[in-house]
Write a protein that binds this ligand. Sequence first.
Ligand SMILES: Nc1ncnc2c1ncn2[C@@H]1O[C@H](COP(=O)(O)OS(=O)(=O)O)[C@@H](OP(=O)(O)O)[C@H]1O
Length: 385
Amino acid sequence: MRHYFRVQVSSLVSLSVGLVLISSILTFVLTLMFASPLAEVARRFHLTGHGDEREVSTGALIHNGDIYSLRAPGALGASQISQSAMQKNQSVLIRHPKKNDLDPQPAPWIRRFLPADDSQKSEQPQSRAPQCILLGFAKCGTSALLEFLDLHPRMVTLDWEPDYFCDRMYKKYDLKWYVGRMPPSLPGQITIEKSPCYIVEHDAHLRIHAMNSSVKLLVLVRDPVTRLISEHAHYASFQHYWGMPSQSFEDRFYSNKTRRFKTNMILKVGDYSPHFQHLMKVFPRDQILIVDGDKLITNPLSQISRIETFLGLPHTISREDIYFDREKAFYCMKNRNTGDRKCMGKSKGRQHEEVSEEFKLRLADFLKPYNENFFKLVGERFNWI
Ligand SMILES: Nc1ncnc2c1ncn2[C@@H]1O[C@H](COP(=O)(O)OS(=O)(=O)O)[C@@H](OP(=O)(O)O)[C@H]1O
Protein backbone atom coordinates (compact mmCIF):
# COMPACT_ATOMS: atom_id res chain seq x y z
CA MET A 1 0.00 0.00 0.00
CA ARG A 2 2.81 2.40 1.07
CA HIS A 3 4.69 1.48 -2.14
CA TYR A 4 1.52 2.20 -4.18
CA PHE A 5 1.22 5.72 -2.63
CA ARG A 6 4.92 6.40 -3.20
CA VAL A 7 4.51 5.57 -6.93
CA GLN A 8 1.37 7.76 -7.13
CA VAL A 9 3.10 10.75 -5.47
CA SER A 10 6.21 10.45 -7.64
CA SER A 11 4.16 10.26 -10.85
CA LEU A 12 2.11 13.29 -9.73
CA VAL A 13 5.34 15.21 -9.07
CA SER A 14 6.77 14.27 -12.49
CA LEU A 15 3.45 15.21 -14.14
CA SER A 16 3.41 18.68 -12.56
CA VAL A 17 7.11 19.23 -13.34
CA GLY A 18 6.35 18.24 -16.93
CA LEU A 19 3.36 20.59 -17.09
CA VAL A 20 5.35 23.51 -15.66
CA LEU A 21 8.14 22.78 -18.18
CA ILE A 22 5.74 22.61 -21.15
CA SER A 23 3.92 25.81 -20.15
CA SER A 24 7.23 27.68 -19.68
CA ILE A 25 8.40 26.54 -23.11
CA LEU A 26 5.04 27.57 -24.61
CA THR A 27 5.16 31.01 -22.95
CA PHE A 28 8.75 31.47 -24.15
CA VAL A 29 7.84 30.52 -27.74
CA LEU A 30 4.71 32.72 -27.73
CA THR A 31 6.68 35.64 -26.31
CA LEU A 32 9.28 35.19 -29.02
CA MET A 33 6.59 34.94 -31.70
CA PHE A 34 4.47 37.90 -30.74
CA ALA A 35 5.43 40.10 -27.87
CA SER A 36 9.12 40.71 -27.70
CA PRO A 37 10.01 42.67 -30.86
CA LEU A 38 6.94 44.88 -30.60
CA ALA A 39 7.18 45.28 -26.86
CA GLU A 40 10.73 46.47 -27.43
CA VAL A 41 9.46 49.08 -29.88
CA ALA A 42 6.64 49.99 -27.53
CA ARG A 43 9.33 50.71 -24.95
CA ARG A 44 11.14 52.90 -27.44
CA PHE A 45 7.97 54.87 -28.01
CA HIS A 46 7.53 55.33 -24.24
CA LEU A 47 4.51 53.07 -24.31
CA THR A 48 5.36 51.07 -21.21
CA GLY A 49 5.61 51.71 -17.56
CA HIS A 50 3.81 55.00 -17.17
CA GLY A 51 0.61 53.39 -16.01
CA ASP A 52 -1.78 55.16 -18.36
CA GLU A 53 -3.31 52.22 -20.18
CA ARG A 54 -5.30 54.30 -22.64
CA GLU A 55 -2.08 55.89 -23.81
CA VAL A 56 -0.58 52.48 -24.23
CA SER A 57 -3.39 51.19 -26.38
CA THR A 58 -3.16 54.03 -28.87
CA GLY A 59 0.51 54.00 -29.71
CA ALA A 60 2.66 53.77 -32.76
CA LEU A 61 4.91 50.82 -33.32
CA ILE A 62 7.71 49.81 -35.61
CA HIS A 63 7.75 46.16 -36.60
CA ASN A 64 10.28 44.73 -39.02
CA GLY A 65 11.36 48.25 -39.87
CA ASP A 66 7.87 49.57 -40.77
CA ILE A 67 5.93 52.17 -38.79
CA TYR A 68 2.49 51.09 -37.63
CA SER A 69 -0.19 53.26 -36.14
CA LEU A 70 -2.02 51.27 -33.54
CA ARG A 71 -5.77 51.35 -33.18
CA ALA A 72 -6.33 48.60 -30.65
CA PRO A 73 -9.12 49.89 -28.40
CA GLY A 74 -9.55 49.23 -24.70
CA ALA A 75 -7.22 49.01 -21.77
CA LEU A 76 -4.32 46.75 -22.64
CA GLY A 77 -0.71 46.50 -21.58
CA ALA A 78 2.11 47.13 -24.02
CA SER A 79 2.91 43.50 -24.78
CA GLN A 80 -0.78 42.65 -25.04
CA ILE A 81 -1.51 45.38 -27.57
CA SER A 82 1.41 44.24 -29.64
CA GLN A 83 -0.09 40.77 -29.83
CA SER A 84 -3.70 41.74 -30.07
CA ALA A 85 -3.18 44.42 -32.70
CA MET A 86 -1.07 42.21 -34.89
CA GLN A 87 -3.41 39.24 -34.50
CA LYS A 88 -6.55 41.24 -35.23
CA ASN A 89 -4.79 43.11 -38.00
CA GLN A 90 -5.70 46.39 -36.35
CA SER A 91 -2.40 48.07 -36.88
CA VAL A 92 -2.02 50.16 -39.99
CA LEU A 93 1.17 50.48 -41.96
CA ILE A 94 2.06 54.09 -42.38
CA ARG A 95 5.31 54.12 -44.31
CA HIS A 96 8.86 52.92 -44.16
CA PRO A 97 10.80 55.09 -41.73
CA LYS A 98 13.10 57.71 -43.14
CA LYS A 99 16.71 58.18 -42.14
CA ASN A 100 16.18 61.20 -39.95
CA ASP A 101 12.97 60.18 -38.22
CA LEU A 102 13.15 60.77 -34.52
CA ASP A 103 11.01 60.43 -31.47
CA PRO A 104 9.10 63.68 -31.02
CA GLN A 105 9.15 65.76 -27.88
CA PRO A 106 6.41 64.34 -25.69
CA ALA A 107 3.56 66.64 -24.77
CA PRO A 108 3.88 68.37 -21.37
CA TRP A 109 0.91 66.45 -19.95
CA ILE A 110 2.65 63.13 -20.51
CA ARG A 111 6.13 64.30 -19.55
CA ARG A 112 5.52 63.46 -15.94
CA PHE A 113 5.27 59.81 -16.96
CA LEU A 114 8.57 59.85 -18.78
CA PRO A 115 12.18 59.87 -17.64
CA ALA A 116 13.64 63.36 -18.07
CA ASP A 117 16.17 63.61 -20.86
CA ASP A 118 18.68 66.33 -21.60
CA SER A 119 16.59 68.13 -24.21
CA GLN A 120 13.77 68.59 -21.70
CA LYS A 121 16.11 70.01 -19.12
CA SER A 122 17.41 72.62 -21.54
CA GLU A 123 16.11 76.13 -20.91
CA GLN A 124 17.22 77.24 -24.36
CA PRO A 125 14.47 77.99 -26.90
CA GLN A 126 14.47 75.26 -29.53
CA SER A 127 12.24 73.78 -32.20
CA ARG A 128 10.02 71.06 -30.79
CA ALA A 129 7.39 68.82 -32.33
CA PRO A 130 3.94 70.36 -31.89
CA GLN A 131 1.98 69.05 -28.93
CA CYS A 132 -1.21 70.49 -30.40
CA ILE A 133 -2.32 70.57 -34.04
CA LEU A 134 -5.17 72.48 -35.68
CA LEU A 135 -6.39 70.15 -38.43
CA GLY A 136 -8.84 72.40 -40.31
CA PHE A 137 -11.42 72.81 -41.72
CA ALA A 138 -10.32 75.24 -44.42
CA LYS A 139 -12.14 78.59 -44.42
CA CYS A 140 -13.40 78.17 -40.85
CA GLY A 141 -11.05 80.78 -39.36
CA THR A 142 -7.92 78.66 -38.86
CA SER A 143 -5.48 81.55 -39.47
CA ALA A 144 -7.29 83.96 -37.16
CA LEU A 145 -7.52 81.32 -34.43
CA LEU A 146 -3.78 80.70 -34.53
CA GLU A 147 -3.08 84.45 -34.35
CA PHE A 148 -5.31 84.71 -31.28
CA LEU A 149 -3.64 81.73 -29.60
CA ASP A 150 -0.22 83.23 -30.23
CA LEU A 151 -1.18 85.98 -27.77
CA HIS A 152 -0.83 83.41 -24.98
CA PRO A 153 2.63 83.37 -23.39
CA ARG A 154 2.52 79.57 -23.14
CA MET A 155 1.60 78.99 -26.79
CA VAL A 156 3.97 79.28 -29.71
CA THR A 157 2.44 79.06 -33.18
CA LEU A 158 3.85 78.42 -36.65
CA ASP A 159 2.74 81.19 -39.00
CA TRP A 160 2.54 79.11 -42.18
CA GLU A 161 1.01 75.77 -43.16
CA PRO A 162 3.61 72.98 -43.35
CA ASP A 163 1.10 70.36 -44.65
CA TYR A 164 3.71 67.84 -43.49
CA PHE A 165 1.36 64.93 -42.80
CA CYS A 166 -0.37 65.26 -46.18
CA ASP A 167 0.80 63.13 -49.10
CA ARG A 168 2.43 65.97 -50.97
CA MET A 169 4.95 66.68 -48.17
CA TYR A 170 5.07 63.44 -46.18
CA LYS A 171 6.56 61.53 -49.06
CA LYS A 172 9.31 64.12 -49.45
CA TYR A 173 10.32 65.08 -45.92
CA ASP A 174 11.15 63.31 -42.68
CA LEU A 175 10.22 64.12 -39.11
CA LYS A 176 13.48 65.92 -38.47
CA TRP A 177 12.67 68.36 -41.26
CA TYR A 178 9.21 68.92 -39.79
CA VAL A 179 10.37 69.47 -36.23
CA GLY A 180 13.13 71.77 -37.48
CA ARG A 181 10.52 74.05 -39.10
CA MET A 182 8.77 74.72 -35.76
CA PRO A 183 9.30 78.10 -34.09
CA PRO A 184 11.67 78.01 -31.08
CA SER A 185 9.93 77.37 -27.79
CA LEU A 186 10.86 76.87 -24.15
CA PRO A 187 10.00 73.77 -22.13
CA GLY A 188 6.46 74.25 -20.81
CA GLN A 189 5.35 76.16 -23.89
CA ILE A 190 3.04 74.40 -26.34
CA THR A 191 3.90 74.49 -30.01
CA ILE A 192 0.91 74.60 -32.36
CA GLU A 193 0.75 74.36 -36.12
CA LYS A 194 -2.22 74.30 -38.49
CA SER A 195 -2.68 72.69 -41.86
CA PRO A 196 -6.26 72.35 -43.12
CA CYS A 197 -5.36 69.43 -45.41
CA TYR A 198 -4.91 67.20 -42.33
CA ILE A 199 -8.60 66.80 -41.59
CA VAL A 200 -9.64 65.78 -45.11
CA GLU A 201 -6.62 63.56 -45.90
CA HIS A 202 -7.34 60.61 -43.65
CA ASP A 203 -3.84 59.16 -43.84
CA ALA A 204 -2.70 62.33 -42.09
CA HIS A 205 -4.65 61.22 -38.97
CA LEU A 206 -2.60 58.03 -38.82
CA ARG A 207 0.67 59.77 -39.50
CA ILE A 208 0.05 62.32 -36.74
CA HIS A 209 -0.80 59.45 -34.44
CA ALA A 210 2.43 57.69 -35.30
CA MET A 211 4.36 60.86 -34.41
CA ASN A 212 2.70 61.34 -31.05
CA SER A 213 -0.39 59.44 -29.99
CA SER A 214 -1.10 61.89 -27.17
CA VAL A 215 -1.01 65.07 -29.30
CA LYS A 216 -4.03 67.30 -28.69
CA LEU A 217 -6.17 68.13 -31.70
CA LEU A 218 -8.27 71.16 -32.53
CA VAL A 219 -10.82 71.13 -35.33
CA LEU A 220 -12.68 74.27 -36.36
CA VAL A 221 -16.11 73.86 -37.89
CA ARG A 222 -18.46 76.49 -39.25
CA ASP A 223 -21.96 76.56 -40.70
CA PRO A 224 -21.30 74.50 -43.85
CA VAL A 225 -23.30 76.93 -46.02
CA THR A 226 -21.20 79.94 -44.94
CA ARG A 227 -18.08 77.83 -45.25
CA LEU A 228 -18.96 76.96 -48.84
CA ILE A 229 -19.60 80.63 -49.66
CA SER A 230 -16.24 81.55 -48.13
CA GLU A 231 -14.50 78.76 -50.05
CA HIS A 232 -16.15 79.99 -53.24
CA ALA A 233 -14.84 83.53 -52.62
CA HIS A 234 -11.37 82.03 -52.14
CA TYR A 235 -11.69 80.03 -55.36
CA ALA A 236 -13.10 83.02 -57.28
CA SER A 237 -10.19 85.21 -56.22
CA PHE A 238 -7.78 82.68 -57.75
CA GLN A 239 -9.86 82.44 -60.93
CA HIS A 240 -9.73 86.20 -61.13
CA TYR A 241 -5.97 86.20 -60.51
CA TRP A 242 -5.36 83.68 -63.32
CA GLY A 243 -7.72 85.55 -65.66
CA MET A 244 -10.13 82.62 -65.82
CA PRO A 245 -13.86 83.13 -66.42
CA SER A 246 -15.58 83.21 -63.06
CA GLN A 247 -18.46 80.93 -62.18
CA SER A 248 -21.28 81.99 -59.88
CA PHE A 249 -21.83 80.25 -56.51
CA GLU A 250 -25.10 78.75 -57.74
CA ASP A 251 -23.57 77.42 -60.97
CA ARG A 252 -20.75 75.86 -59.05
CA PHE A 253 -22.95 73.90 -56.67
CA TYR A 254 -26.25 73.45 -58.55
CA SER A 255 -26.84 71.94 -61.98
CA ASN A 256 -29.56 73.64 -63.99
CA LYS A 257 -29.43 70.69 -66.40
CA THR A 258 -30.28 67.99 -63.85
CA ARG A 259 -32.04 70.44 -61.51
CA ARG A 260 -30.11 68.94 -58.62
CA PHE A 261 -27.36 69.99 -56.28
CA LYS A 262 -23.88 68.83 -57.30
CA THR A 263 -23.69 66.42 -54.39
CA ASN A 264 -20.01 65.49 -54.63
CA MET A 265 -18.89 69.10 -54.89
CA ILE A 266 -20.92 70.10 -51.84
CA LEU A 267 -20.27 67.12 -49.61
CA LYS A 268 -16.50 66.86 -50.09
CA VAL A 269 -16.09 69.23 -47.17
CA GLY A 270 -19.76 70.21 -46.57
CA ASP A 271 -20.35 66.96 -44.70
CA TYR A 272 -17.97 66.94 -41.73
CA SER A 273 -18.96 63.43 -40.54
CA PRO A 274 -16.74 61.11 -42.61
CA HIS A 275 -13.68 63.08 -41.57
CA PHE A 276 -14.60 62.98 -37.87
CA GLN A 277 -15.60 59.35 -38.12
CA HIS A 278 -12.09 58.47 -39.26
CA LEU A 279 -10.37 60.85 -36.83
CA MET A 280 -12.29 59.36 -33.91
CA LYS A 281 -11.22 55.86 -34.89
CA VAL A 282 -7.61 56.93 -34.59
CA PHE A 283 -7.75 59.28 -31.57
CA PRO A 284 -9.88 59.14 -28.42
CA ARG A 285 -12.71 61.71 -28.50
CA ASP A 286 -11.39 63.57 -25.44
CA GLN A 287 -8.17 64.34 -27.29
CA ILE A 288 -10.15 66.33 -29.90
CA LEU A 289 -11.68 69.76 -29.28
CA ILE A 290 -14.23 71.01 -31.79
CA VAL A 291 -14.03 74.78 -32.01
CA ASP A 292 -17.02 76.81 -33.21
CA GLY A 293 -15.86 78.97 -36.14
CA ASP A 294 -19.03 81.07 -36.15
CA LYS A 295 -18.55 81.98 -32.48
CA LEU A 296 -14.86 82.62 -33.17
CA ILE A 297 -16.05 85.51 -35.35
CA THR A 298 -18.67 86.96 -33.01
CA ASN A 299 -17.04 86.17 -29.66
CA PRO A 300 -13.45 84.92 -30.04
CA LEU A 301 -12.78 84.82 -26.28
CA SER A 302 -15.51 82.19 -25.82
CA GLN A 303 -13.54 79.77 -28.01
CA ILE A 304 -10.06 80.79 -26.85
CA SER A 305 -11.04 80.14 -23.26
CA ARG A 306 -12.25 76.60 -24.18
CA ILE A 307 -8.89 75.95 -25.81
CA GLU A 308 -6.96 77.21 -22.76
CA THR A 309 -8.94 74.78 -20.61
CA PHE A 310 -8.46 71.93 -23.09
CA LEU A 311 -4.68 72.45 -23.10
CA GLY A 312 -4.51 72.80 -19.33
CA LEU A 313 -3.19 76.35 -19.54
CA PRO A 314 -4.09 79.35 -17.39
CA HIS A 315 -6.80 81.65 -18.80
CA THR A 316 -4.52 84.46 -19.83
CA ILE A 317 -5.95 85.87 -23.06
CA SER A 318 -8.54 88.51 -22.21
CA ARG A 319 -10.32 91.62 -23.46
CA GLU A 320 -7.01 93.45 -23.06
CA ASP A 321 -5.57 91.44 -25.97
CA ILE A 322 -8.29 91.82 -28.58
CA TYR A 323 -10.54 94.56 -29.92
CA PHE A 324 -13.28 94.85 -32.55
CA ASP A 325 -12.00 96.71 -35.59
CA ARG A 326 -14.86 98.61 -37.26
CA GLU A 327 -13.05 98.97 -40.57
CA LYS A 328 -12.10 95.29 -40.80
CA ALA A 329 -15.46 94.29 -39.28
CA PHE A 330 -13.73 91.50 -37.35
CA TYR A 331 -12.00 91.13 -34.02
CA CYS A 332 -8.26 91.88 -34.22
CA MET A 333 -5.24 91.44 -31.93
CA LYS A 334 -3.67 93.98 -29.62
CA ASN A 335 -0.31 93.79 -27.85
CA ARG A 336 -1.21 94.70 -24.27
CA ASN A 337 2.33 95.93 -23.52
CA THR A 338 3.08 98.02 -26.59
CA GLY A 339 -0.50 98.75 -27.68
CA ASP A 340 0.38 97.58 -31.24
CA ARG A 341 -2.67 96.48 -33.18
CA LYS A 342 -2.92 93.87 -35.90
CA CYS A 343 -5.76 92.56 -38.05
CA MET A 344 -5.75 89.62 -40.43
CA GLY A 345 -4.67 90.37 -44.01
CA LYS A 346 -6.85 91.07 -47.06
CA SER A 347 -7.43 87.39 -47.86
CA LYS A 348 -9.23 86.91 -44.52
CA GLY A 349 -12.61 88.57 -44.36
CA ARG A 350 -13.17 88.78 -48.12
CA GLN A 351 -16.19 90.29 -49.79
CA HIS A 352 -18.59 87.43 -50.47
CA GLU A 353 -20.79 87.02 -53.52
CA GLU A 354 -24.44 87.94 -52.94
CA VAL A 355 -26.24 84.60 -52.69
CA SER A 356 -30.03 84.72 -52.54
CA GLU A 357 -31.63 83.79 -49.22
CA GLU A 358 -33.80 81.30 -51.08
CA PHE A 359 -30.78 79.42 -52.49
CA LYS A 360 -29.02 79.47 -49.10
CA LEU A 361 -32.11 77.96 -47.46
CA ARG A 362 -32.41 75.25 -50.11
CA LEU A 363 -28.74 74.40 -49.64
CA ALA A 364 -29.17 74.37 -45.86
CA ASP A 365 -32.14 72.03 -46.29
CA PHE A 366 -30.06 69.70 -48.43
CA LEU A 367 -27.29 69.69 -45.78
CA LYS A 368 -29.60 69.25 -42.78
CA PRO A 369 -29.51 65.42 -42.57
CA TYR A 370 -25.74 65.46 -42.89
CA ASN A 371 -25.48 68.06 -40.12
CA GLU A 372 -27.77 66.02 -37.86
CA ASN A 373 -25.65 62.96 -38.47
CA PHE A 374 -22.56 64.98 -37.54
CA PHE A 375 -24.11 66.31 -34.30
CA LYS A 376 -25.01 62.76 -33.30
CA LEU A 377 -21.54 61.48 -34.11
CA VAL A 378 -19.65 64.06 -32.05
CA GLY A 379 -22.26 64.54 -29.32
CA GLU A 380 -22.47 68.32 -29.79
CA ARG A 381 -24.92 70.63 -31.59
CA PHE A 382 -24.18 73.81 -33.50
CA ASN A 383 -26.50 76.64 -34.37
CA TRP A 384 -26.48 76.36 -38.16
CA ILE A 385 -29.29 77.42 -40.53
N1 LIG B 1 -10.78 87.73 -36.64
C1 LIG B 1 -10.89 87.36 -37.92
N2 LIG B 1 -10.38 88.15 -38.91
C2 LIG B 1 -10.51 87.77 -40.21
N3 LIG B 1 -11.16 86.64 -40.62
C3 LIG B 1 -11.68 85.85 -39.66
C4 LIG B 1 -11.57 86.17 -38.28
N4 LIG B 1 -12.18 85.20 -37.57
C5 LIG B 1 -12.66 84.33 -38.46
N5 LIG B 1 -12.36 84.71 -39.71
C6 LIG B 1 -12.76 83.96 -40.91
O1 LIG B 1 -11.66 83.19 -41.36
C7 LIG B 1 -11.96 82.86 -42.71
C8 LIG B 1 -10.72 82.31 -43.36
O2 LIG B 1 -10.53 81.04 -42.79
P1 LIG B 1 -9.14 80.30 -42.80
O3 LIG B 1 -8.09 81.16 -42.22
O4 LIG B 1 -9.36 78.99 -42.16
O5 LIG B 1 -8.88 80.13 -44.35
S1 LIG B 1 -7.79 79.20 -45.03
O6 LIG B 1 -8.37 77.87 -45.14
O7 LIG B 1 -6.57 79.22 -44.23
O8 LIG B 1 -7.59 79.80 -46.38
C9 LIG B 1 -12.44 84.15 -43.29
O9 LIG B 1 -13.29 83.83 -44.37
P2 LIG B 1 -13.76 84.94 -45.43
O10 LIG B 1 -14.65 85.86 -44.68
O11 LIG B 1 -14.49 84.19 -46.48
O12 LIG B 1 -12.53 85.60 -45.96
C10 LIG B 1 -13.16 84.81 -42.10
O13 LIG B 1 -14.55 84.74 -42.23
